[in-house]
Design a protein around this ligand. Structure first.
Ligand SMILES: O=P(O)(O)O[C@H]1O[C@H](CO)[C@@H](O)[C@H]1O
Ligand SMILES: O=c1cc[nH]c(=O)[nH]1
Length: 243
């Protein structure tokens, strides 16, 4: 058997047990630059994996790309490698007034529209974050004075619209805070494997009807970049708080 896992090329042994996972491989690299003694341990496809330490705690930082089906390959292989705590730092569109660009949304649970976990477990099964990670994230955000909200997130597989109506008004009326694409896959995977999992998302625009019209979505703005920088510190601090 190879010493490397098949999809991500992560070594099967030797990784620390706590990880931050992000969508964008460049975000993983930027985050690794914050760590002491960072080394890249794997790079295959959209999956880049680093290890290093933050405030004396050894951590993994890994990218999972866009979309639940690809992301869950990383979550599975990190689990095979011995990681037992995974925290997603992503971006998301706001769904409620008062949830602003650059704010953090700490997920308590997700709507499971991820396009992959329906093939693993019945759709009624919940996608919930580990409460200790929710509280650690909230405490870290407070300490960093990062504007933040706690609540429900909609994970949805389709980014660009198609022909079918999107149930946005119902989920807005139901108080869902933000929409993104991978977190429920992580939370369901975590529950099925007995892991500690959670997520913190940086708001990068408003998820209105025109949500992902190619002119309406611009995550490449200073207000989002500043939020991502805060989100990285908050995510790493939360992992340290757990240890
Ligand atoms: O910024 P990341 O972590 O990639 O998260 C969000 O951004 C991507 C869409 O642009 C999707 O992956 C979505 O979940
Ligand atoms: O899925 C996503 C991610 C970021 N912003 C959005 O509006 N949607």
């Amino acid at each position: 058997m190879s010493d490397l896992l098949p999809v991500t090329r992560i070594p099967r042994t030797g990784l620390p047990p706590r990880a931050v996972v992000v969508g964008d491989p460049f975000r993983a690299e930027r985050m690794a630059k914050r760590l002491t003694g960072a080394v890249e341990v794997a790079h295959a496809r959209e999956y880049r994996t680093f290890r290093g330490s933050w405030d004396g705690t050894e951590v993994v930082v890994s990218s999972h790309g866009v979309g639940g089906p690809g992301a869950i390959c990383l979550f599975q292989e990190l689990t095979e490698a011995g990681v037992d705590t995974m925290l997603r730092l992503g971006t998301a569109g706001a769904m409620q007034p008062g949830v602003r660009d650059g704010d953090l949304v700490i997920a308590e649970a997700c709507v499971r529209d991820d396009g992959v976990t329906q093939q693993l477990v019945p759709p009624e099964y919940p996608a919930t974050a580990s409460p200790e990670l929710v509280l650690a994230l909230a405490a870290a955000a407070r300490d960093r004075q990062a504007p933040h909200h706690r609540g429900l997130v909609w994970t949805r597989a389709a980014f660009y619209p198609g022909l079918l109506p999107v149930p946005m008004p119902a989920y807005v009326a139901a108080g869902v805070l933000a929409i993104e694409m991978e977190l429920s896959a992580l939370l369901v995977h975590g529950s099925l494997r007995g892991l500690t999992t959670g997520g913190v998302l940086v708001i990068d625009g408003v998820a209105a009807d025109e949500l992902v019209g190619t002119t309406g979505y611009d995550p490449h703005r200073d207000v989002v970049a500043a939020g991502v920088e805060r989100g990285m510190d908050v995510a790493l601090d939360a992992l340290v708080r757990l240890s």
